[in-house]
Ligand binder design. Structure first.
Ligand SMILES: Nc1ncnc2c1ncn2[C@@H]1O[C@H](COP(=O)(O)OP(=O)(O)O)[C@@H](O)[C@H]1O
Ligand SMILES: [Mg+2]
Length: 245
């Protein structure tokens, strides 16, 4: 059984607190992302986007519903796994708005740390890190310290860190917010390329008007429920399409 068959969420609910002050942040979310696909998750502030990513990333526990990564059910009205830390470490890559690189480790070790924590030898972990940094075109910065990098370079290193254990799922929360238009589109282009190359399912939470037209498929989250819609998929449309006379 392959574990690379994307993410599937059905009827997911999340209630914070109890009684009169309870907040129903998610009221029955359905969402499915295929391997190799990048979907956008958009919605107003307070609509439940971060709650959904935290549930999927096993950072908080849902109240009810079902979540699966590939064929493996991870949550079905309760966790179906004993080791949630291993799930977070090996099966899910996180990309945040800020790169959160470790300031006293060089670029290679910021990335290599993830496989090292998963038990891979230091030598092999650094090898994997360097290969991925090359793919992301920051290989020439491998020995630099994080503060020596530009914002766009730091974000690429944080993407390398999210990908290095080859997780089937990447969760990105506002990954382009601090970047200018060209760099934001580059980061989204990289996420699309990486999704295809490593057969990863990617969810990008965003408000960023610059990147919303790049998604082929979007989920709007409103009032605790998701509504699916087709996007423009502009980044993926070849610019050479002939113009009709
Ligand atoms: N830890 C928490 N305790 C209580 N309510 C929370 C907590 N986290 C989020 N909420 C509430 O859940 C709802 C969804 O929040 P959130 O998932 O952060 O939305 P978004 O990321 O879309 O801005 C909001 O009403 C928010 O106030
Ligand atoms: Mg949020």
């Amino acid at each position: 059984m392959s574990d690379r068959h994307g993410i599937h969420i059905e009827g997911l609910t999340k209630r914070y607190g109890h009684g009169e002050t309870a907040v129903d942040a998610l009221k029955g979310v359905d969402l499915s992302v295929a391997p190799g696909e990048v979907v956008g998750l958009i919605g107003p502030s307070g609509s439940g986007k971060s709650t959904l990513l935290k549930c999927l990333g096993a950072v908080i526990e849902p109240t009810a519903g079902r979540m699966a990564i590939g064929a493996q059910v991870i949550y079905d009205n309760g966790w179906r796994l004993d080791d949630l830390r291993a799930l977070r470490r090996d099966r899910i890559g996180f990309v945040f708005q800020a790169p959160y690189l470790i300031p006293f480790l060089d670029v290679t070790d910021n990335v290599a740390l993830m496989p090292m924590l998963a038990g891979v030898s230091d030598r092999e972990a650094r090898q994997r890190a360097r290969e991925l940094l090359d793919v992301l075109e920051v290989g020439h910065r491998a020995r630099a310290m994080p503060t020596q990098l530009s914002g766009g370079e730091q974000q690429r290193v944080s993407i390398a860190r999210a990908l290095v254990n080859h997780p089937p799922v990447i969760l990105a929360d506002e990954p382009t917010a601090p970047l200018d238009s060209a760099r934001a589109l580059t980061v989204i282009g990289i996420l699309n390329d990486m999704a295809v190359r490593y057969n990863t399912a990617v969810i990008v939470v965003t408000h960023d008007e610059k990147i919303i037209p790049t998604f082929k498929r979007l989920y709007h989250i409103r009032d605790g429920r998701t509504h699916e819609e087709a996007g423009e998929g502009l980044l993926l449309t070849p610019p050479e399409v002939p113009v009709h006379a």
